[in-house]
Ligand binder design. Sequence first.
Ligand SMILES: [Fe+2]
Length: 193
Amino acid sequence: MAPQNLGRLRSFIIGMTGAVDRLADDEEALIDAARGHLAALISEDDWLGDAFAKPHPKYYQQYLLHCDPLERFSLVSFVWGPGQRTPIHDHGVWGLVGMLRGAEFSQAYSQRGQALEKGERRRLEPGDIEILRPSLGDIHAVSNAYEDRVSISIHLYGANIGAVRRRVFDPQTGAEKPFVSGYASNVVPNLWG
Ligand SMILES: [Fe+2]
């Protein structure tokens, strides 16, 4: 991989901090701005440090890259080992998923009474962005599209996502359980290093 271009991550965080300052009352406009900043961030795979790209043999990893001090947004690298997948879950806040390396599937679901109904299944390739908004239905399950290699997506959320009380769903019964994801590591990239 090319040398680590932290300037790209720094520019993203500066841009997003300005956007949440300016557009706090307009979610639509904020998501629009966020999409532009995320598109620039994932346009090149030259900035993510190895410590935040490391797969775990058993579990997909969620490395915090930055959390706004006022918890208005957070940025997380999701590292999918071969064949790894999430349970069916929601987010509770807006989110954008940008594909950086490899590919993933996002299988949408909607609630019909107690049960879950399958919706669209989308494949994300590097540079693609999926937008999740609770007001439009934000239940899905994500999986690595590859059984033999690591994939990495960069997720941007409208809160400190590791601390948000969310839900996971049983695929058979649709039964809900609360969960809080946390993060996989205790360090974040040194933007000024
Ligand atoms: Fe998700």
